[in-house]
Structure formats: C-alpha cells, structure tokens
Design a protein around this ligand. Structure first.
Ligand code: SF4
Length: 436
C-alpha cells in the first residue's frame, strides 16, 4: 500500500489540503482526514457510474450510441461554430486552466459564458463588485478570529470540515485554546445542526435578513430600534451588537440562505456595510461560503480574461455582463441560445424544468466524468478525467487563495481531461471559422 500526502480535496470551497490517500497500485483504498463527502468524491473516480466513452443521442430519442472522441469533438466544434449565440455553462468543478480555454472558446463563438455562481453566490459577487468587501484568508480566521458568525449557511452539512479546520475548533496563534477562545453565532430561520454547536442561535424570520442586519447596524451606533425586528426581540439584537463590539476579530461567513432569499445582493450590500461599521470598533471581515470547489476560480479567471466574474455575453463582439438578462438560466428560459456546452456542473439537477426542456431540444454538448441528469438530455456527451484525483490543476479556495490540486491516480485508459477536450474543440472551431 502507498500513502499519498498533502492531497487537496476537489469537492467544496474549503479545498482541504491535508488529505491522505491510501492506494494499492492505481486503486484508491481509503482516505484519511477527508469528510464523508470528500471521501466519496475520491472514491467516485472508480465507482460504476463513470462514463467510459463519448456518446451521441439520436434525434428525438433517449437512446445513446457510443462514438469516438474524434467524432464527438468534430460534432461539438460543428455545433458551436454554426451557432449564432451558444451558451457555455458550468466551469465550477474543473481547473482554472480548463476554464481559461473555455472562456476563449466562448469569445470566439460570440456566446454567453456563465458559471454556477449565477444560481448561488452571484448576488455576493455583484455586491462585492459594487462596494468592495473586507476579506481575509481562512488562515487568518484560524489564527485570529474570536467571533464566528455563520449566517444563512449550514457548514456541518455543506462544508463539513470548515468548522474543525478553520473557524470554530482549531487552535491558532492568537486562539491557543481553540473552541474556548471563540464565540460562535448562527443566524438562520431553522435550528440547523450548525446552530446546535453555536453559543448563540438567532432564529431570524424567513426572508428578513436585511431588516435584522439593518437593526444590528442601528444598535451598534447606539440608536433605538422597534421592540421586535425580524422576529428577534430588541434586547437580543442589542446583546448581539455588544458581543460583536467586544471581540478582537470577527468573521461573518454567509451562504445561500442570504444570497438567494428576498433582497439577494442587497442583503450582501448591507452585510458588507455592517462589517464596515464594525471595523470602527474592532477587526471584522466576511467570506462567502462558496460551494463548488473552484467556483471562485471561475470568477477569477473570467474577471482577468474579460472583466466580469459570471454571466458574460460576447454576442456583440465585446464582453457584456447583466445578470438577470445574461445568466444561463435567463438565456435558457427565454430561448435565447441556439446551442449549449455544459461542463463541470449539472444544471439538469438544479435549473427549472422549463429551462431544461429547452436545453433538451437544441444541439448540446455535455462534458462530465459521471452520468448526470444533464448528460441524459444532452446531444453529445464526452467523459473527462477528474481534476484533483486523476489530473493536476489550479483551484481557488472560498477565500480566493489559489491552490494546486494533485494527481493521485491514473485515469481510465483513453479518457481525456477537460482541458484537452476544450483545446481540441477550440482548435477545430478556429479552423471552421477561418481564424487559425
Ligand atoms: Fe472536501 Fe469540503 Fe469535506 Fe474538505 S470539507 S474534505 S474540501 S468536501
């Protein structure tokens, strides 16, 4: 048996980089340090649910026929080169290197490219672009933070090692006693499993996060508020305000309970204003709890290539960005694309049925290591290797720290990487468009 150390888990935005993999030859036997989800991600490389050959779905049929990569790549290139406004969606579970090629392809085709932020932390990205955000790294959280607020997120289920590695339990340089040196607050409409581990649980009324943050800002300034705001008594809000002011280093982690409820990016606007206010009294930062392990990377790569972090439209020959009009689901719902390429995500499991019904009617390409609801309704399906398990690649953690994912085992014979598939499609589209 061989033990591979310092492996990075390519599942959630925590990007744990202390995983050990025990393998026998090319077979993963077990993982150490990974949570249950991370463990499954590594083992999914060798489960029976992998796609082992490119596939083509017949016209008006649910039947797939195995084809070669050469055939599938040629078909994909033809679809994209002939489309007027193709949609490119996903990107959040692949490497920055693949994302870079994909964005070039979207620009060449005059298409729209969007990542999964448009249905999760897009509102955070919009708010942060508008007013900026006081951020820090998870390392600083571990070493300094004595107040942790989880607002509208449930890391015990979605980011299982976040609390043990960075925020709540670890011993840090200025938090030598770990949990005993920190206070944890959870704000959520439900008493989640994360709330059970917190000292303070604030059960905010559903959709009233903006009102509660506004009330917190008001009491922090020493002004009066109504007796009850968002279902929380005035005294409890004052207590929370005083707690925040009394700490040396506070951290507000927030999730989709805030970004995808009433108010959306306005909730994040006011969360940022709350954090800015708190910096008059103490040190305070905020970090979005990013889901897919490299959704942050996709925003970074899109931004440095073309200026915008998601929902980017090249159809006028230059990058435009107008979430609500140019996000993937908007485009599909309004039938505004005539082809689509989906990679490293599964809109079939998350988008409205009406959007996916349209997706199933147009020429589509799906690149994924596994069978998913999206592969089931795509026209061309291409299997790919798993970044961080069978392929090296760069990913950005939720605090925007880039981390190099390792290759642990060799991929099944003949399976290409996302990067290689996209490069081959790009080269062929260049030839078809006469832009070599
Ligand atoms: Fe992987 Fe996230 Fe679990 Fe860490 S917390 S092991 S990155 S799934």
């Amino acid at each position: 048996l061989q033990v591979v150390t310092d492996v990075v888990c390519p599942f959630c935005g925590t990007l744990c980089d202390d995983i050990k993999i025990i393998k026998d030859g090319n077979r993963i036997i077990d993982t150490l340090n990974a949570c249950a989800i991370g463990n499954e991600k590594f083992k999914s490389a060798q489960d029976g649910h992998r796609i082992m050959t490119p596939l083509e779905r017949g016209d008006n049929s649910a039947e797939f026929t195995p084809v070669s990569y050469d055939y599938a790549i040629e078909k994909a290139a033809q679809i994209l080169a002939n489309a007027k406004r193709p949609l490119f969606y996903g990107w959040s579970s692949t490497s920055c290197e693949a994302q870079e090629v994909g964005n070039e392809l979207a620009e060449l085709c005059g298409g729209v490219t969007d990542n999964t932020a448009s249905v999760c932390h897009g509102p955070s990205v919009i708010a942060i672009q508008t007013v900026g955000a006081p951020c820090c790294t998870l390392g600083e959280v571990k070493n300094r933070a004595d107040l942790i607020i989880y607002w509208g997120c449930n890391p015990v289920h979605a980011h299982p090692r976040h609390m043990s590695r960075y925020s709540t339990y670890p011993r840090g340089f200025f938090t030598e006693r770990g949990f005993k040196d920190r206070t944890v607050v959870v704000v959520d409409p439900r008493p989640t499993d994360t709330a059970k581990q917190a000292e303070y649980f604030v059960q905010v009324e559903q959709g009233k996060d903006y009102e509660l943050l506004d009330a917190l800002r008001t009491v922090i300034r020493g002004e009066d508020i109504p007796d009850v705001v968002a279902g929380i008594p005035k005294e409890k809000i004052k207590e929370l305000g005083n707690l925040c002011k009394s700490k040396k280093f506070g951290l507000l982690f927030f999730g989709m309970g805030v970004t995808q409820t009433t108010g959306k990016h306005r909730n994040i606007d006011i969360a940022i204003s709350f954090v800015a206010d708190m910096n008059k009294y103490t040190k305070f930062n905020l970090i979005p709890m990013r889901g897919h392990y490299n959704v942050s990377g996709s925003g970074q790569v899109m931004s440095w290539q073309s200026g915008f972090p998601f929902a980017m439209d090249f159809s006028r020959g230059y990058p435009r960005y107008n979430p609500g009009e140019t996000a993937a689901n908007d485009i599909l719902e309004r039938h505004e694309c005539d082809a689509a390429l989906v990679i490293a995500s599964d809109p079939g499991a998350h988008f409205p049925v009406s959007s996916m019904k349209y997706y199933a009617q147009i020429p589509t390409i799906c690149i994924d290591p596994h069978y998913t609801p999206t592969t089931g309704v795509s026209k061309i399906v291409m299997p790919s290797t798993i970044v961080g398990v069978e392929e090296e690649g760069t990913a950005y953690r939720m605090d925007n720290v880039p981390i190099r994912c390792r290759k642990v085992v060799v991929a099944p014979e003949g399976i290409l990487s996302d990067h290689e598939i996209l490069e081959r499609i790009l080269e062929r589209v260049k030839e078809l468009k006469g832009k070599e």
